[in-house]
Design a protein around this ligand. Sequence first.
Ligand SMILES: *[C@@H]1O[C@H](CO)[C@@H](O)[C@H](O)[C@H]1NC(C)=O
Length: 143
Amino acid sequence: MKSALVTVLALLAYAYAQSVKIAAPAANSHITTTENVLIEVERPNSQTPSRDVAVLIGLRSCPNGDCDSVADSSALGTILYGGAYSPIPRTGGGAMYENYTVLIPDSVGTGSALLSVAHFYAGGVLNSPAIDQTNIVVQVDSA
Ligand SMILES: *[C@@H]1O[C@H](CO)[C@@H](O)[C@H](O)[C@H]1NC(C)=O
């Protein structure tokens, strides 16, 4: 039992090590409907072998400004991008990243919204498939 728990904890720590984060825009940035936004999806340049596959980038309006409940549901809302994730090392080493330029649709409500990235990859020497997800709150202004 104890070893099973240790294994689970090790797997969680392992999964975390591969997790992506949104390096841009900054949390609470203002974005505008019908305009393009540059999204930088970053992951650590870890020693553990892993193979990146894809990301889904979603934007979901937060009812009454409550983004915590939106984050808890993990639903992505409007998909701004879905496709390959092939990050490259930042100049001078460090994290790996890829830029995506996405259009903010007119249909996304104004006010607080959750910008989410779900990341699919195969990790470890045995290529275990895994998904991690990260979010930031942004402020949507109308054009
Ligand atoms: C990614 O976007 C940033 C601006 O946020 C820019 O400085 C950088 O050169 C871009 N990288 C690539 C590979 O296009």
